[in-house]
Ligand binder design. Structure first.
Ligand SMILES: [Zn+2]
Length: 117
């Protein structure tokens, strides 16, 4: 069994008092939260997942190639133009109703919507 090492960090006392109060509630108990360390660890894991950079592609008929995009947090960058705002990005945005960019995994390829001009 792997032994997990622990470290400590300084956090604002008022915030930690609020968290202590929350941990005494029925809501906390029902959700399975038992310690500050457990809650903070979960928040950090979620943050790191959100901030993870993911490269994915739009297989474009118009440009006759796979357009590379990088998702960083909630933003999507065109890797051809190194920009958030360009014609490729605008083309990608037309897929937003059908595709959740938050769920993209590294190397995913999106097929263009048929008949997209
Ligand atoms: Zn571009």
């Amino acid at each position: 069994m792997v032994k997990t090492e622990w470290t400590s960090i300084s956090l604002p006392v008022p915030l930690m008092k609020q968290l202590d109060k929350y941990l005494e509630t029925e809501d906390s108990l029902m959700k399975g939260y038992t310690s500050k360390a457990q809650v903070i660890s979960q928040i950090i894991r979620k943050f790191l997942q959100q901030e993870k950079q993911v490269t994915f592609y739009l297989d474009s008929k118009k440009y006759k190639k796979k357009l590379p995009f990088k998702r960083v947090g909630k933003s999507v960058f065109c890797m051809l133009c190194r920009s958030q705002v360009c014609e490729h990005g605008m083309r990608l945005q037309r897929h937003r109703a059908n595709i959740d960019f938050d769920l993209m995994e590294e190397g995913d390829i999106i097929a263009e919507i048929p008949n997209l001009d």
